[in-house]
Design a protein around this ligand. Structure first.
Ligand code: ATP
Length: 213
């Protein structure tokens, strides 16, 4: 089984890292790949560059063999779509190996706006992680899809290569990258919300309005 967890990771924090390990434990897999996505330029100039986000993820997973970075979306010029990434992975893995992508409820709520969303369940299973303060709207396409394709237990995802959706209730940490960026730009410390190595890098490089060391 191959498990990917995508996000902007701007910056990566303990909410992401803890969740990735919870998923690895629940699925009994040896590894989860973190896949940082390209950020469109209009997202604003306060964020870190792709290279800086990648470097922060590398620092965060150092010494943790169950977490790895897959930088394929940053290698491509321009935006990458989840469907493209999954298609590429499916080619590499062959038709039989289960492929799983992890998303938060906030991201999955707008699933019907993702490019080629109909293709996605053909390519992979989806784990939808409940996030504090975010639920799927009743009568939404995302909710309907979850009901129609629901996997009852993590083990069910081992039985087919793709097509099931698991709603996953991990013990969650109410941490967001936005909250971390806001603390930094407001002159407050986000310490203990993210790894010290990542925070040190943020200061060294003066990211998110931090005072450079
Ligand atoms: P931002 O605040 O900048 O939107 P974020 O903290 O939500 O960032 P992302 O990189 O956008 O981080 O998140 C990647 C994925 O991880 C998304 O699917 C999101 O729902 C999920 N996620 C982020 N933070 C948490 C958390 N604390 N607990 C569970 N899931 C999370």
């Amino acid at each position: 089984m191959h498990v990917i967890y995508g996000g902007t990771f701007d910056p990566i924090h303990h909410g992401h890292l803890r969740l990735a390990l919870e998923v690895a434990d629940a699925l009994r897999v040896e590894r989860v790949d973190l896949v940082p996505c390209h950020i469109p330029p209009h997202r604003g100039s306060t964020g870190a560059t792709s290279a800086q986000r990648l470097e922060m993820i590398r620092l965060a997973v150092e010494g943790e063999s169950r977490l790895r970075v897959d930088d394929r979306e940053l290698q491509r010029a321009g935006a990458s779509y989840t469907a493209d990434t999954l298609r590429q992975l499916r080619q590499e893995l062959g038709p039989k190996r289960p492929l799983v992508m992890v998303v938060g409820t906030d991201a999955f709520a707008s699933f019907d706006q993702w490019r080629e969303w109909q293709e996605i369940p053909e390519l992979a299973h989806i784990i939808v992680v409940r996030r504090p303060g975010s639920t799927l709207p009743e009568a939404s396409l995302a909710k309907g899809l979850l009901e129609a394709r629901r996997a009852e237990r993590p083990e069910d995802l081992w039985q087919t290569p793709a097509g099931r959706i698991l709603s996953f209730d991990a013990p969650l940490l109410d941490i967001s990258a936005t909250g971390i960026r806001e603390r930094i730009s407001g002159g407050h410390s986000p310490r203990y919300l993210l790894p010290d190595s990542v925070l040190q890098r943020i200061h060294e490089q003066g990211l998110y309005g931090a005072c450079p060391d």
